[in-house]
Design a protein around this ligand. Sequence first.
Ligand code: UDX
Length: 439
Amino acid sequence: MPSTSIRLGVVGTGYVGLTTGACFAHLGHHVVCGDIDEHKIEQLNSGHLPIVEDGLEQIVVDARQLGRLEFVLGAAGAAADADIVFLCVPTPQSEDGSADLSYIEAAARSIAPVLKPGAVVVNKSTVPVGSTLVVEAVLQRDDVHVVSNPEFLREGTAVRDFLLPDRVVIGSADRAAAERVGELYANIDTPVLITDPASAETIKYAANGFLAMKISFVNAVAAMCEAVGADVAAVVDGIGSDKRIGRQFLSPGPGWGGSCFPKDSRALVKIAEEHGYNFSMMKGVVEVNDEQRMRMVDKVARAVGRHHSNLSGVTVGAMGLTFKAGTDDLRESPAIAIIDELRRAGATVRAFDPTTCGELTSHRAAALAGVELVDELIEVADDADVICVFTEWPEFTKVDLDDVAERARPGTTIVDMRNMFDPSDVKDAGLGYDGVGRR
Ligand code: UDX
C-alpha cells in the first residue's frame, strides 16, 4: 500500500484506461473507472473483461474484491470524488491524418462541473502537442491543473509495461501538480521524468515514431537482403549487438500495425506539417510500411505463379489475423490489409486465429467479412494453393508440416511473413518456403 491512498478517476475503459485503472488499484489507490458504453460497464461489473490482456483479469478481480476498483457509467461519475482524473479516451485518426480530439473534449466537458477544487486532470491518451492547453480551455477551471502523462503500454504486455516501466514521463506547467501525479508511481522503481506539457506530448509521438522507424528500417533491409542474397537474421544479429542500435524492434515482418503506430506516425507527420516542418523521414517510414504490405502481396502472387492483380481461383490459407501475437486486436492489422488486397484480386481466403474462434463482435465480424474462419489451425491447409503466416502466435510452429503438405494442393508454398518456421523443415515436408529477407 502507498503511504497515502489517493482517489483516482479514470475516464475511458479501453485497454489504456482499464490497464491504468486496474494497475493503480493494484498499487493501492482507490479507483473509479467511467465509460459511456453501457454494455462495457455492465460487462465489467459482472466480472468480464472486454479485451484480451495478459494478467489484467486477475488484478481487476483482486482489486474489486478489495473494494479498490469500481466501474460506473459516464465520465462525471468517475471524476466526482477524485483527487486526480485520468483521461484515457480514444484519439482516432481524422480523414486528414490528424488526431481527432472530440472524445477528449467531450470527456473534459462532462467532468468540468463535478471536479473537486484543486483536482488534477491527466491526459494519458496520445494527444497532439498542445492538447493540455485544449483540455484547460474546455475545463475553464482556474483551480484545476492539466498534466500530460503519456502511456507506453504494448498490447499483450500492458500490465507488465505499466508496473515495470522504463520510465514515467510527466509534463506540467505546475511542478506541484506534476509531483502529485508522480507520487502515484511511488511504489514503482523507475525514473520519473518531469518536463513541460509540449515536451511530454512530443516524447510519446517521438517514441512511437522511432520504434516504427526501426521496424520500417529492418523491413527495408530485409528487401535489400533478398536483392543481394544476404540473410536478414545475420544482419540483425550483426547490427543489433551494437549497443547503440539494440536488438529490439528489429524483427522483419508484414509491416507494423495496431492501434498506435499507424495513427501516431501519420499524426506526427501532420503535427510537423501544421507547424511548418516537413518531417520527410517520418513520411518515408510510413511509405516503407505501405510498400511492405504490397511486397507481401507480391510474394503470395509469386508463390502461385500469378500477377498480384489476378488471383482468381487461388485459395489462400491464413495463419493469424491479429496485428501481433498476444492480443485479439485486429485494428490496422497487416493481415487484414493484405487479405483485402488478395481478395480484391479474386483469391479465396480461409483463416485461423486463436482469438477469432467462437462468436465475434459486430466490429470484428465486419473486419473479417468475406474471410472463411476455421476452428483449427490445420484446416487452413485444406486445398490451399499458398499458406501465409501473418501473426507470430508461437503455437503455429507446432503444426504438423507433413499434415499441412498432405491437405494442401501439390506445390504449396508457405509465405512466412514472421520468419517463424525453419525453412529446411518446411522444405523437408515437401512444401515451398518464402520468408522475409531470408536467403
Ligand atoms: C505500441 C508501442 O510499443 C507502445 O509503447 C505504445 O504505447 C502503443 O503502441 P502496440 O501497438 O501494442 O504498442 O504494439 P508493438 O508491440 O509495439 O508492435 C507494433 C507493431 O509492430 C505490430 O504490428 C508488430 O507486429 C510490429 N513489430 C514490432 C514488428 O513488425 N517488428 C518488431 O520488431 C516489433
